[in-house]
Design a protein around this ligand. Sequence first.
Ligand SMILES: [Zn+2]
Length: 397
Amino acid sequence: MKSLSPIQPKLLSRINERLVMRMIRDRGPSTRAEMSKSIGITFPTVNKAVSSLLESKLLEEIEESPSGPGRPAKRLRLASEDSQVIGVTLSDTECVVACAGLDGVISDGCSLSFPTPSTYDSLLVNITSLAKELMLRGEKSTLCLGVSIPGIVDYQEQRAVLSANLPLLNGKFIGRDLQGLLGVECLILRDAHAFSLSERLLHGNGETNSNVAMLDHSEGIGIGLMVNNQFLTGNNGFAGELGHISIVANGVVCNCGKKGCLETVASEWALEAKTSQSIGREVKIEEILQLAKAGDERVQKELEQMCDYLALGVACVVNIFNPGTFYVYGQCFRELPHLLDLLVEKTKQYALEPSFEACTFAHASGGELDGTIASIINYLTDSLVPDLDDYVRVAKT
Ligand SMILES: [Zn+2]
């Protein structure tokens, strides 16, 4: 009898492969029997999906030493011996190119860097050179390269739209350009979006909330959001520009061209400008942090004001998205951990009480590079087939 299902057998196989990949990503190495039981599909179906994923070098088999009589079942894990992904992070001062297995672990010596050049062409040359060096090491298959962009990204076009702090990227199709130079699939992603995945995928953190926010505080200010377990990008990929919400009417001109953005009063560059003014000489972030540790009251006052402004933005996110966990990432918070308490205290003053009480705040344990690698792994896992709703819709047309 002819099946009435709109789902074609080949695509059904890919859905099963995605279920297997997701389970191993979320729960760690598993046997075929464990997967069959947990996912609810038959053993032969799991076996078929696993064979295809082994062939694609997305999974690998590991032997376990026997703990009892009989041969132990082989476990499957995300490939790390024979496959790798490459993550690239870009800032206005330094660019990093690193490789990791699909377990997300960046081994010693696998992270290379260079000072950020002044032109886009030089940037491409430098990234290509280091990526090739990593690709030629150890004879691993490079499955994908991901570039974290400090600015707005159009995911549909795979284009860097606007980077206030690294304008040489504006309008560039850097993923497509690198793909042409390296012959490997390349994708781009917003740095703050990558952060929201790093805690969940690589560090676990016991994170069980399906609604998570991640504040990325540095030269810019971004927010990464997981909403109902979905990575929130917005219609075009522009979501998360917390740094460019207007906080001060007719305030200082921001790098984006608008006036009074949150970044003009609460970013690292704003902190440098304001502290330099109050101290009477130019100081950079590293010195500001040293002065704060030494108990300098002028610096402490500026840090308090920065947290006060930042809390206005954090409270907006708490009220609008009701996250269960709110991670905070940034050099200031890492070096001066008590600043998080101050930020939370001030957020409490601005946020709605039920929303604030339902949210736990924590330091982020991952970094931008971790997040970039996590995003590539997430892409490889989920790109096997579009979301099921979309898939059925496509299959029906
Ligand atoms: Zn702005």
